[in-house]
Design a protein around this ligand. Structure first.
Ligand code: GDP
Ligand code: IMO
Ligand code: MG
Length: 460
């Protein structure tokens, strides 16, 4: 399966093995979503992993849901990197990740029950931040409180996993707990004692505004529970920045796995309808300690159409039969929350923008099979606001909400393509669609997904 992808690294790898000392010429790569998530990053990481030694998550947490399908076996990974199915690879949670330790232990247990090896091959940064139940409570209450105060439903529509409040605490510092601190029971108990006293004030006020009752938090019990999680995770916890630097020096190959996606990036996405981390490839440096100069390849994953979960503008959204058809054919229901995903035509204005932000060197076009039977196909190649064409992708979500897509129509293809194993077996209209995408975005399409399984991918 590793042969499905082009392998420009082979030549340099052969040269590198002759090097002595740090292997600076080894090519490391990243897989990053270029839309609003769920582009099929898990599958691409799973396909690429055999060519790498470590797979590293650098952002997000349990808000991610990455599916990997091996034959009829389907895995939904949330916090564990998608490389875990290869027992000889290291799977790493970098310092930029927010870890929900209870959920992570559940995920590890679920994988072990299915025969997946999760031992010293999983490493967790001692600098990563810990998500507590009060973060999840605050996540849900904040959305309700804002909604209530606005008198509308223009909320972000978070996954409710406590992601935003945990990253907020990271920025606030004094109310944050890092994974390494779970290992010292006394320090943890003391910290949670005063953190919980502050959280209770905030949560009680939010609950009151939402007309809900508030259950006080037992800080000592929480410290006991999270201290136990820390002990259970102890064998995995380490200084991952050192691990990654040592690995680079030893000539090992690193594959970074983006969670969420570039349009959800807190700085460069459709703010405020974003998540709370830098999920573009720009987050790799801060989220792992590995500087960007080490990155040779950035694989931008693009779904052949558009989807979005939660609130926020989506110019090409189809609130009609075609949207419903795409949702059904693509099984577009959230891997994490089960929510139906909003569906629409592929937005090339957005993808051209995100390919630049994430520095995509190649594109992986996934779920092309879902478009089979739709005729014509539409591609958004521009926006008009107030009747005027605008340049590029707006930075203000309110402007994006006003944007009317300018479409180019292309003839569709009716043949099912899920059994296509080579590029020359793709219908000409499907191929023309792929070529138009790379032409507009200015980045070559190197892989095309024609089904969820590992083997349903073709090298372009
Ligand atoms: P991720 O969050 O980017 O990893 O994507 P998800 O796993 O949340 O969602 C992608 C969905 O599409 C999953 O159900 C995958 O199994 C599925 N998938 C991935 N690639 C393809 C493809 O090429 N064709 C089809 N039909 N499904 C795919
Ligand atoms: P993967 O890695 C799709 C969306 C949520 C919400 C917004 C903020 O599977 O592609 P958060 O809980 O992060 O505060 O929610 O971001 N979101 C995702 N949408 N796929 C994801 O991850 C997402 N991660 C966050 O739906 O709109
Ligand atoms: Mg997903």
């Amino acid at each position: 399966m590793s042969t499905l992808m082009p392998n420009p690294t082979e030549a340099s790898r052969a040269t590198n093995t002759a090097h002595k000392g740090p292997q600076t010429g080894v090519e490391h790569a990243a897989v990053v979503g270029l839309q609003w998530g769920d582009e099929g990053k898990g599958k691409i990481v799973d396909l690429l992993a055999p060519d790498f030694d470590l797979v590293i998550r650098y952002n997000g947490g349990a808000n991610a849901g990455h599916s990997v399908q091996v034959g009829d076996d389907r895995y939904a990974l949330h916090q564990v990197p998608s490389g875990i199915l290869y027992p000889d690879k290291h799977s790493v949670l970098g310092n930029g990740v927010v870890v929900d330790p209870g959920a992570l232990l559940g995920e590890i247990e679920g994988l072990r029950r299915r025969g997946v090896r999760v031992e010293d091959n999983l490493r967790i940064s001692d600098r990563a931040h810990v998500v507590f139940p009060y973060h999840q409570a605050e996540d849900l209450l904040r959305e309700q409180a804002i909604n209530h105060a606005r008198g509308g439903d223009s909320v972000i529509g978070t996954t409710g996993r406590g992601i935003g409040p945990c990253y907020a605490d990271k920025a606030l510092r004094s109310t944050a707990v890092r994974v390494g601190e779970l290992l010292d029971p006394d320090r943890l108990a003391e910290k949670l004692r005063y953190i919980v006293s502050v959280k209770e004030v905030v949560l009680a006020a939010l609950a009151k505004q939402c007309g809900q009752s508030f259950e006080p938090i037992d800080a000592a019990q929480l410290a006991k529970q999270y201290g136990a999680y820390g002990q259970a995770l102890r064998p995995h916890i380490t200084n991952t920045a050192t691990l990654l630097h040592d690995s680079i020096d030893a000539g090992r190959r690193l594959l970074f796995e983006g969670a969420n996606a570039t349009l959800l990036d807190i700085d460069h996405g459709t703010y405020p309808f974003v998540t709370s981390s830098n999920c573009s490839s720009l987050g790799i440096g801060t989220g792992t300690g590995v500087p960007g100069r080490n990155l040779a390849r950035v694989l931008g994953v693009v779904k052949a159409y558009a989807t979005r979960v939660g609130g926020g503008p989506m110019p090409t959204e189809l609130d009609d039969q075609t949207g419903e058809r795409i949702r059904k054919a693509g099984n577009e229901f959230g891997t994490t929350t089960g929510r139906p995903r909003r569906c629409g035509w592929l937005d090339l204005v957005a993808v051209k923008y995100t390919a630049r932000i994430s520095g995509a060197t190649e594109l992986c076009l996934t779920l092309l099979d879902v478009l089979s039977g739709l005729d014509p196909l539409k591609l958004c190649v521009g926006y008009r606001v107030g009747g005027q064409a605008i340049d590029g992708f707006p930075s203000d979500a309110a402007v994006l909400a006003e944007a009317e897509p300018v479409y180019e129509q292309m003839p569709g293809f009716s043949e099912p393509i899920t059994d296509c194993t080579s590029i020359d077996r793709l219908p000409p209209n499907a191929m023309a669609y792929v070529r138009r995408i790379e032409e507009h975005v200015g980045v070559p399409v190197r892989m095309i997904g024609v089904g969820p399984r590992r083997d349903q991918a073709i090298h372009a």
